[in-house]
Design a protein around this ligand. Structure first.
Ligand SMILES: Nc1ncnc2c1ncn2[C@@H]1O[C@H](COP(=O)(O)OP(=O)(O)OP(=O)(O)O)[C@@H](O)[C@H]1O
Ligand SMILES: [Mg+2]
Length: 363
């Protein structure tokens, strides 16, 4: 059963590269890995949060791998993948005859994970009815198998993950607040890929190398337009989507050239409004002169964030990684001008700057 990993694949090399296989060098991922390094040596519960495909499971493995429990069992259970009726028995085990069909005694995941790490994936999907029992075992590190009277004491470290907003679920009474607080001891939040674009080129070359080896192909050229398209796409499925797209592109590659597998509208960026964090401007896209509708949106957003100041260290040009004069020229070319300021007086909108076209200020 793929949920059970009695021994982590990395058990043999606990002392080797801590974050092997976790690709990316941007500030977003670096911050996450620093947090992981801080919490891993403790026994504290870690709650890994993030959209689908952002690498939550990878991080859960890393926590175990660099913790003193490395070499001990790493047991995973995906709470969303087990039918409600079976979940309790999967977690806590059962005695023979505990319920119809319980023809033999069975160990639960808590027992299997004893002395090691239990990874409860999709914890937001755990039914309300089971939550008090989960809270008890987390607080007291003891439980009984279904149909059994004997109390089992265990020593586990819990790592839980979900793509759901647990705080919202608590508000809607879909998740118990006491369990939420017990889980939320040390949250680690993985940003979506669209907020860590500087990681994309490195991820692309990692996956190209991986799949080229796997399918026995030689891919040695990634055209700049293809890389630009990857860098500006919004990646709703995050790293998993990128990984799958590169696999397809490698299979389709000819003469060592990686094709662009993104749908046409995405190649133009039109269907995927760019979202750029302040920390990670898409310098590569702009400074290399790829211009389209999405670039206009990107420039507008940077201008709004910089309150229409173009130059200076926190101006829009610096945010975009462009020279001030280059940005002004591009704004003129794209017809971007500052919106007219409006003030509402006694219910009437008064235009303060009628007809005067905006001119870049000396800032
Ligand atoms: N930084 C990264 N470097 C290399 N591979 C990554 C990275 N992040 C994610 N991946 C890969 O992307 C895929 C999805 O990652 P993972 O299963 O950890 O995501 P997840 O957040 O648990 O997704 P879901 O919520 O859908 O379960 C995996 O194949 C994983 O190896
Ligand atoms: Mg997962």
């Amino acid at each position: 059963m793929d949920n059970v990993n009695p021994a982590s694949p990395s058990d043999q090399d606990c002392a080797e590269d801590k974050f092997e296989g976790i690709i990316g060098n941007g500030t977003g991922l670096k911050f996450v890995l620093t947090e992981v390094q801080r919490v891993a040596p403790t026994d504290s519960t870690v709650l890994v949060l993030g959209e689908t495909g952002t690498g939550k499971e990878l991080i859960a493995h890393a926590i175990h791998h660099i913790s003193p429990r490395c070499g001990r069992p790493f047991i995973k259970l995906n709470c969303a993948a087990i039918p409600f009726d079976l979940l309790e028995s999967e977690l806590f085990g059962h005695e023979k005859g505990a319920f119809t069909g319980a023809i033999a005694q069975k160990m639960g995941r808590f027992e299997m994970a004893d002395t090691g790490t239990l990874f409860l994936d999709e914890i937001g999907d755990i039914p309300l009815a089971l939550q008090p029992k989960l809270l008890r075992v987390l607080q007291e590190q003891e439980f009984e198998r279904l149909g059994g009277g004997r109390t089992h004491r265990i020593n586990i470290r819990l790592v839980a993950a979900t793509h759901r907003d647990l705080a919202e679920m608590v508000k809607r009474n879909e998740f118990r607040s006491d369990l939420y607080y017990r889980l939320n001891v040390f949250p680690v939040v993985l940003p979506p890929l669209r907020e860590r674009r500087p990681d994309i080129p490195q991820l692309v070359s990692h996956f190209v190398g991986l799949f080229a080896r796997r399918v026995g192909k030689h891919v040695d050229h990634i055209p700049k337009e293809t890389l630009d398209a990857f860098t500006s796409y919004s990646w709703p499925g995050n790293v998993r989507e990128l990984q799958n797209l590169i696999e397809r592109a490698v299979i389709l590659s000819n003469n060592g050239v990686l094709p662009n597998p993104l749908p046409k509208s995405d190649k133009n960026g039109n269907t995927n409004p760019l979202s750029v964090s302040d920390e990670n401007p898409v310098t590569v896209t702009l400074s290399q002169g790829t211009f389209d509708g999405s670039t206009r949106a990107l420039i507008l957003r940077a201008l709004q964030r910089a309150e229409w100041i173009i130059g200076g260290p926190s101006g829009a040009a610096a945010r975009l990684g462009l020279k001030r004069t280059t940005l002004i020229a591009k704004m003129k070319k794209l017809g971007i001008s500052r919106p007219v300021r409006q003030v509402e007086v006694a219910g009437l909108n008064q235009n303060l700057e009628p007809d005067r076209p905006w001119q870049p200020t000396a800032d």
